[in-house]
Structure formats: structure tokens, C-alpha cells
Ligand binder design. Structure first.
Ligand SMILES: NC(=O)C[C@H](N)C(=O)O
Length: 317
């Protein structure tokens, strides 16, 4: 069954004109992660490779393409977790770097801490030789347009975001059966300066434990934190539920208990995987046994050989 990598490009409603690009983006990220696994790389290497590729894609709400805070600035959150050691690394409200997920991994590997925030995270990045990038290089016309719209009287940034843009994440199992997760985001549109969401919080934005599996989540952060969605799903798996059933149970609990919608990618250490969501859509892709699987709408599941070029399925191109 192993190895496998599963990625998501955020829960919500992807506008039609962006849907094909979104599935192409996640498919290509899954391919990159799978190449790492095939080359004998660890699940941690694979999830970081997949997520940094999505951070570099301006279509997604992470790295370049991040949503803007109320002041029109990019502040990003990211998390990695290693299921073998339960070590994790995170950054929150970090600015001016291209790949927060790589910095999160450095926090895990090079410090004795689990999370660095804001200026402290920037100082650490500098000390690690991570290049500082201009703020403008992270901002897209699309995110600026949405930010402006949300400044209008009566705008509802949370409802608007669940409509439009996505956090990115990945989970993987490597040939040794080690699991890992990574999640990265620009957060919620027009958020307060200094707001930290679910993404960098272990148990909420993600969790990985070789004894049960790994999960990466997406959705409204304040809601996900109320139910610690990633850990909740692993708890259901510890009770004997399959990756798919446990993912659905976690999402159903979040819906019934706090009226929250979201999405997850989940693996168990045997290489069983699931991509599930309660939102209208979630771009997802998985790579396993030289096959690429992907989808966007509820119930959609396309499969092809991983060597073949991505075939378009959505009518908007
Ligand atoms: N779209 C998202 O997944 C947003 C992210 N969970 C946050 O609240 O920061």
C-alpha cells in the first residue's frame, strides 16, 4: 500500500475560472511529493516538497497568493509534524518569506521550540540564511481585490473566504511507514494584525502520529480550533474507524457542534488515505502505486497513471 502522499488546496468554493488550475496545482504538488518518496525520501521531505510547491503557486492562499490582513499585509502561518517522534515545528504571523513551511521545518530541526511567531520568526529566518522577499512579491491582484471588497461596509470576510480561497496542506507515509503532515496558510481575509489561526497549532491545523496516522486540515481556523479537528480524527481512528469514516466523523462533529465547514486529507501508517470535506469543494490530489488521483467537487474522483500529463475535466477551460 505505501508509500502515499495526499495534498489539499483548501476547503471552500473554487470559482469556475480557477477550478482547472486548482486541480492542476494540487496534482502537480502530489507528483512532486511522490517523486521524493520514490527516491527514498521521508514522509517529512515529501510533505514539505508538496506544500512549498503550493506556496509558490499564486492560486492558493499560502506563500505567494496569501490573503491580506486588515491592513493589506501578508502574515502567514505554517506547521509540520513528524509522526515517528511527535516533534513539530511551526511559525505564525511571519512576513517576507516565500516558504513558511520550510521555516516551520527549521524550527523543528534547529531549535528546541515548537513555534516561533512574528518578528521572532523573522529573526530566526535571517539567522538561518532564509532570503527575505519583498512584501509585494507575495501579494496577487486577486488577493488585493478581495481585501478591498472586504473593507466595504457590510462585508463578511469569513463567509467570503469560505467561498473563495484555500490553505494548502499535505500528509504522507514513506516506505518505512512513517507518517508526516504539513499545512501552510495566509489565514483568513482581512484578519486582525497578529491573528494566529488553527494552522500552526498542533492538533488543529494538523497532527501526525505513527501509532494512528496523519491529518492536515483547512477551513475557518477559529472553528477548527474549537474541536481540534486533526487530533479528533486521529482519535476516531484510534477507536478503529477507517481513514475515510474518521475524517467524515470529525467533519460531521464540527458541523453539528459548532456549525463549521472544512476539509481534511488523512492517511494511516499502512498507506490508506482519504480526502474529505464538508465545504462545497476542496481541490485534492493523491499519489500512490504510480497512480494519481484527484478531485474538486463532492464525490468526484479522477484517476490516471502518474506519468501521463494532467487531463482537464472541468468545463471552464
Ligand atoms: N482557508 C483556511 O483553511 C484558513 C485557515 N484554516 C485559517 O483559519 O487560518
Amino acid at each position: 500500500m505505501l508509500p502515499v502522499v495526499v495534498v489539499h488546496g483548501g476547503a471552500g468554493h473554487v470559482p469556475k475560472e480557477r477550478s482547472e488550475k486548482a486541480t492542476m496545482g494540487v496534482s502537480s504538488a502530489a507528483r512532486s511529493g511522490y517523486l521524493v518518496l520514490q527516491g527514498g525520501g521521508s514522509s517529512m521531505d515529501a510533505v514539505v516538497a508538496a506544500v512549498s510547491q503550493l506556496e509558490n503557486n499564486p492560486l492558493f492562499n499560502a506563500g505567494c497568493g496569501s490573503v491580506l490582513n486588515v491592513k493589506g499585509e501578508v502574515e502567514m502561518d505554517a506547521l509540520v509534524m513528524d509522526g515517528k517522534t511527535l516533534c513539530s515545528g511551526a511559525v505564525s504571523a511571519v512576513r517576507n518569506i516565500a516558504n513558511p513551511v520550510e521555516l516551520a521545518r527549521m524550527v523543528m530541526d534547529k531549535t528546541s521550540h515548537a513555534c516561533l511567531t512574528a518578528e521572532g520568526a523573522s529573526m530566526f529566518a535571517r539567522s538561518m540564511g532564509v532570503p527575505e522577499v519583498p512584501h509585494e512579491s507575495l501579494v496577487t491582484e486577486y488577493s488585493r481585490m478581495r481585501w478591498r471588497k472586504n473593507l466595504e461596509p457590510g462585508a463578511d470576510p469569513v463567509a467570503c473566504q469560505m467561498g473563495k480561497m484555500g490553505t494548502v496542506g499535505a500528509v504522507a507515509v514513506d516506505v518505512e511507514g512513517n507518517v508526516a503532515c504539513a499545512t501552510s496558510t495566509g489565514g483568513m481575509m482581512n484578519k486582525m494584525e497578529g491573528r494566529v489561526g488553527d494552522t500552526p497549532c498542533i492538533g488543529s491545523g494538523g497532527y501526525a502520529d505513527n501509532h494512528s496516522g496523519a491529518v492536515s486540515t483547512t477551513g475557518h481556523g477559529e472553528t477548527i480550533m474549537k474541536v481540534t479537528l486533526a487530533r479528533l480524527i486521529l482519535f476516531y481512528m484510534e477507536q478503529g474507524h477507517s481513514v475515510e469514516a474518521a475524517s467524515d466523523m470529525g467533519l460531521a462533529y464540527m458541523k453539528s457542534r459548532v456549525d463549521g465547514l472544512g476539509g481534511v486529507v488523512t492517511v494511516d501508517p499502512q498507506g490508506n488515505w482519504a480526502a474529505r470535506f464538508s465545504s462545497l469543494q476542496m481541490a485534492w490530489a493523491a499519489a500512490q502505486k504510480d497512480m494519481l488521483h484527484y478531485g474538486l467537487y463532492v464525490g468526484e474522483h479522477w484517476s490516471q497513471n502518474i506519468q501521463e500529463p494532467h487531463s482537464p475535466h472541468h468545463a471552464d477551460i
